[in-house]
Design a binder for this molecule. Structure first.
Ligand code: ARG
Ligand code: ZN
Length: 875
């Protein structure tokens, strides 16, 4: 069944209060739900009440205390329908029985390493009790948890703790939690188990004390300090940057090892994939530290953008996710280097969202229909959704944006609302008209912006002609022109930004060009020399740019642009041009053109003292093979890209050896480790240099990489060296794998990196290695992180082997999807999306990918999750 936005109907009944009594048991948990049901004014008295369920076992049901006979209602595992009393309100008491141990989907109530936990977004609450499981039904929850004292000393739910006690004459105890803030069912959570905790506290700007706890498995307490520190910084930052304070007495975080996604913002009780909580130098990379900081912030920020103000329906998912990603990006930018963070975010967008938006799984930031909502937790909703919010800020200015957001918090606090209502706040606060802007939520596809320039030395004028177009997509043959804010500058011969003079203020405000029509021309005056155009500064809109830029232009921008993002972009564009030309040369078996231009630019970068090491590391990272495949667009041969890119890296490594080798040798083996951004930047640069060096013809490379592996005092350096040893098949690789494995055998998160390093080796034997990894005693098919470390890493991080010309990579993933789907459809369907660019491959590979997809499609037991993805991918 297809669910459509246009079919939205407000709920017929609301649940004012939900009192849950949960008697925990590994295989027979009882949930007694006492719901105060309120008929809505537009609902006829006695109109049927339909509650959602999923795989539920009903034990009993009563209305206003009177048990219902079984002929008084209709029940299936997926719905409960009854004719209620005709009064305005009544109490429904429903008892269901659950089997947490049998819950392998990790949706609803399940156990992870013995700990009871829940995941209810998007529609997992209906696996706990029959309920109107939709985000526009907000209820006040009181939750009583009961469990054996020794197995579950910790009992947690949302809100504030009201009472604890022993259950007389048993080995059991209980806790009662009350959450005063009405919330949708998807924000419900409970946790019960034998967990350790670290505690801290925070005083809000208004002076309210908040107790902060992070719960983890015993023995992992020491790994929580960074997460706690990140939490406190997030809480302060949200007060300072957006005036948002926390609103309960306690904020609890629980880390579990089996989790489908990253983390979940349940009110007052965030539940995390432990990958985004646990860190120490021994097991976490700098990237892990940055991710933890960002995800802790993201979930915390949801308290306002998501929880206090939630979504009316799941089509509005970007209302909370896009906005919250924008907020966590801003937080990280303030905590670290803003340009470095921006570059990282744009790289991620281009890597994950652009291909999604160009293929069969493309959808608008606000979709209009879906089969399975869990398939819409996508890069488009999250990352493009954040870019749309960022554009709003660019269009309205920081103050206008902030006043619109303040109005949103004011006007919609306590509501479940929509994108329209959100945009209206910005219109009302600033007097602007956002009708055309709203198209960003409606249309899929990445706009392509083309640029033409003409300089006239006779009257010192400069004409910039811009046009936009969204290429046709399945279900979207044509698209309307969007409002595209293009931050820009014109550089004079000295590399300085020119003063902008133009007659037309509707097209240019400050340093932003507003491209609103399919094409428009802007004429600038007082431009004596043809300027260099720096367009899309800071990546001010999620578009692709086609612009004729010579290597000289790009080198000039790479050196002089006042916008650090565009300096980086200029290097990338030059590298892309080189990679595309060389990939073509590999396929035609002709000689390569020289890479001298690129080498010269990289040399300038390396020698520039104004650039911080993290930025240098980013500039020295060539576009990935996946990026290059996307730029080629069709008839893609991943082997040709790999050959071209690997040889280019080797050439750069040899040419720039005098600069790179000292950097590669210079790493922090003796100094104490610190995860701060500046230290991480130095490691990133040194590791980038080591990466080049490993590709060079220098006979000392193997020894240097082995040396780094053996002497590393942190995971960033160690895993980089291990990955290089394995990917290059260097002497010492096998010993290093063994050494790493013995050293980290007890850290699942560290071992995930070991699995991923092996699964991503661009080598023919990797197919067999992956099969061996799946058979490894440390492989755990029930642990999503481990499955992703092997199979996702292979399918998305190893283009030559996933897209092998013999089709065996596709078959391996298709087979795995079918296996995993029986246990956990969400993990399976996520893995299946790795086929999304299959049509862009060259003929032989694309037909092999299609056969693998057809094989998945022909399975009769496919989950709704996988059915949806495979159908759309093949359409
Ligand atoms: N709201 C969570 C976050 O953005 C993601 C939860 C998604 N879960 C799911 N089963 N679809 O942090
Ligand atoms: Zn989120």
């Amino acid at each position: 069944t297809t669910i459509k936005l246009e079919d939205y109907q407000p709920p017929a009944y609301r649940i004012e209060t939900a009192n849950l009594n949960v008697l925990l048991d590994p295989t027979a948990t009882l949930v007694i739900a006492e719901l105060k049901v309120v008929r809505q004014p537009d609902t006829k008295p006695g109109a049927p009440l339909i509650l959602d369920g999923d795989n539920l076992k009903l034990l009993s049901i009563a209305v206003d205390g009177a048990p219902l006979q079984s002929n008084a209602y209709d029940v299936t595992p997926s719905a409960l329908e009854l004719t209620p009393p005709t009064g305005d309100t009544f109490t429904l008491t429903i008892t269901t029985e659950l089997n947490p141990d049998a819950n392998t989907q990790l949706m609803g109530l399940y156990r992870s390493s013995g700990t009871y936990c829940t995941q209810c977004e998007a529609d997992g609450f209906r696996r706990i009790t029959y309920f109107p499981d939709r985000p526009d039904v907000l209820s006040v929850y009181t939750v009583r948890l009961e469990a054996p004292r020794d197995a579950c000393p910790v009992l947690l739910s949302n809100g504030n703790l009201i009472k604890t006690g022993l259950v007389p004459d048993t080995d059991r105890h209980f806790a009662i939690w009350h959450d005063p803030h009405p919330k949708p069912a998807y924000l419900f959570a409970l946790v019960a188990g034998d967990l350790a905790k670290i505690t801290d506290n925070f005083t809000t700007a208004s002076g309210n004390p908040v107790e902060l706890n992070i719960f983890v498995e015993h023995g992992k307490e020491a790994l929580c300090d960074w997460a706690m520190d990140s939490l406190k910084r997030s809480m302060r930052w949200d007060e300072e940057a957006f005036g948002r304070e926390y609103d309960l007495d306690v904020f609890n975080i629980v880390a579990v090892s089996d989790f489908n996604m990253g983390a979940m913002e349940n009110k007052g009780l965030n539940i995390f994939n432990d990958k985004y909580v646990l860190a120490d130098p021994e097991t976490a990379t700098d990237q892990d530290y940055a991710n933890i900081e960002a995800v802790i912030a993201h979930e915390y920020f949801h308290n306002w953008t998501g929880n206090r103000i939630t979504c009316r329906d799941w089509f509005q998912l970007c209302l909370k996710e896009g906005l919250t990603v924008f907020r966590d990006q801003e937080f990280s930018a303030d905590m670290r280097s803003r340009p470095v963070k921006r570059i990282a975010d744009v790289k991620l967008l281009k890597m994950h969202q652009f291909p999604e938006d160009a293929g069969p799984l493309a959808h608008p930031v606000r979709p209009r229909s879906y089969q399975e909502i869990n398939n819409f937790y996508t890069a488009t909703i999250y990352e493009k959704g954040a870019e749309v919010v960022r554009m709003l800020q660019t269009l309205l200015g920081e103050d206008g944006f902030r006043s619109g957001l303040d109005l949103y918090f004011d006007r919609h606090d306590g509501e479940a609302t929509t994108i329209e209502a959100f945009l209206k706040c910005f219109e009302d606060a600033t007097g602007s008209d956002l009708d055309q802007f709203a198209l960003w939520y409606e249309q899929a596809g990445t706009p392509l912006v083309s640029v033409n320039t003409a300089h006239n030395p006779k009257d010192n004028s400069f004409k910039l002609t811009l046009s936009q177009e969204i290429p046709p997509l399945p279900g979207q043959q044509s698209a309307k022109a969007a409002v595209i804010p293009l931050r820009f500058g014109l550089l004079g011969p000295d590399g300085q930004d020119l003063e902008i003079t133009t007659g037309d203020s509707t097209k240019v405000t400050g340093d932003v060009i507003l491209l609103k029509r399919p094409a428009q021309t802007i004429t600038f005056q007082n431009v004596p020399d043809a300027p260099k155009v720096s367009l899309l500064r800071g990546f001010s809109a999620p578009v692709r740019l086609t612009q004729d830029q010579s290597a000289d232009d790009l080198a000039f921008l790479a050196k002089h642009d006042s916008d650090p993002y565009n300096r980086w972009q200029a290097v990338q564009t030059l590298a892309t041009q080189t990679l595309l030309a060389r990939t073509e040369a590999v396929r035609r078996k002709v000689a390569f053109a020289s890479a001298a231009d690129l080498v010269a630019v990289l040399q300038t970068v390396l020698e520039d003292d104004r650039l911080d090491p993290a930025l240098k590391a980013q500039a020295l990272t060539l576009p990935s093979e996946t990026d290059t495949a996307q730029d080629i667009g069709n008839n893609v041969d991943p082997d040709a890209i790999h050959t071209a890119r690997t040889r280019l890296i080797a050439e750069i490594a040899d040419e720039l050896q005098p600069l790179l080798l000292p950097l590669a040798r210079d790493y922090a083996k003796d100094s104490a480790f610190s995860p701060d951004a500046a230290s991480a930047g130095k490691r990133a640069l040194s590791n980038r240099a080591l990466h080049y060096h490993a590709h060079s013809s220098n006979p000392g490379a193997v020894a240097l990489v082995n040396d780094r592996f053996e002497n590393a005092n942190n995971m960033t350096d160690r895993i980089m060296a291990l990955t290089l040893l394995v990917h290059h098949g260097f002497e010492g690789a096998m010993d290093a794998l063994q050494a790493f494995r013995s050293r980290h055998a007890t850290s699942a998160l560290a071992m995930d990196k070991w699995f991923a390093a092996r699964a991503t080796a661009p080598r023919d034997e990797t197919l067999q290695v992956v099969q061996d990894l799946i058979a490894d005693p440390l492989y755990e098919p029930s642990n999503p992180n481990r499955v992703r470390a092997v199979l996702h890493s292979f399918a998305t991080g190893n283009p030559t082997q996933f897209s092998r010309a013999d089709g065996k990579g596709f078959n391996l993933i298709a087979e795995s999807v079918l296996q995993i789907d029986k246990r956990n459809p969400q993990v399976a369907s996520r893995l299946l999306t790795s086929f999304r660019s299959w049509r862009a491959l060259e003929g032989r590979r694309s037909s092999l990918a299609e056969s693998a997809l057809l094989r998945v499609s022909s399975s009769e037991e496919l989950s709704r999750d996988c059915r949806d993805i495979v159908d759309r991918t093949l359409q």
